[in-house]
Design a protein around this ligand. Structure first.
Ligand code: URA
Length: 213
């Protein structure tokens, strides 16, 4: 099997794993990182005025995250891209639309079952990787969100968010396929939808063939 097909097969395996976790109704006790007066609205308001790091100078809109407030699944990406920076909503560009298809494939949608968020809440210029200090300053917002949302399962997409949430330097190929815990919640990791989309598009243009999409 060539490398691209292996990545796609691995990716479908992880979606099946997510489906298994969700349908088994697995809920872990949650230790809680939130202060009792905290709320999602307050977190979003705090993010909206945040200027703790350099990303606050270049963003157009903060992207705190959105979706169901009692989610089965919380999907965490790296950070907003151009479309997200324009609209203030997570995963609304091409990768996000493709992510919607993944979710539909396992019977979920972003409004009823999922909360979508990111490691950093402001767009890094030219979509560069967020720097370590930017991640460290932004992470408490995500931790507060997780503590309030208490998802049954966290799915981290892509290398950056997966390394941060698993406290590892390994690449996504090594991190994926195992289960971890973050704030007492089951965490699984997989490729970023933009990476899978890139592979699909290059395979299609080379072979004129549509793979599982
Ligand atoms: N990629 C991400 O990781 N997050 C978004 O919100 C959009 C694209």
């Amino acid at each position: 099997m060539n490398n691209k097909n292996k990545i796609l097969n691995d990716f479908w395996d992880i979606l099946n794993l997510a489906e298994d976790y969700i349908s088994s109704g697995l809920i872990k006790n949650h230790s809680g990182f939130a202060v009792s007066s905290d709320s999602l609205e307050k977190i979003s308001a705090d993010i909206s005025v945040c200027k703790q790091c350099r990303l606050g100078q270049t963003r157009n809109n903060t992207v705190p995250g959105s979706g169901n407030h009692n989610p089965m699944l919380m999907i965490i990406g790296e950070g907003p891209g151009a479309e997200e920076d324009k609209t203030g909503q997570p995963f609304v560009g091409r990768a996000g639309q493709y992510l919607d298809k993944w979710m539909e494939a396992i019977g979920l949608n972003r409004h009823d079952y999922i909360f979508l968020g990111n490691i950093v809440k402001c767009r890094p210029p030219k979509n560069r990787d967020p720097f370590e200090d930017e991640i460290a300053l932004c992470l408490p917002y995500l931790e507060r969100q997780i503590a309030l949302l208490k998802p049954k399962l966290i799915l981290s997409v892509g290398r950056i968010s997966s390394q941060v949430l698993t406290h590892s330097n390994l690449g996504i190929g090594k991190l994926r396929g195992k289960s971890y815990e973050y704030q007492g919640i089951e965490l699984i990791t997989t490729y970023h939808p933009s990476a899978v989309l890139r592979i699909l598009m290059s395979t299609e243009s080379r072979y004129g063939k549509t793979l599982k999409e």
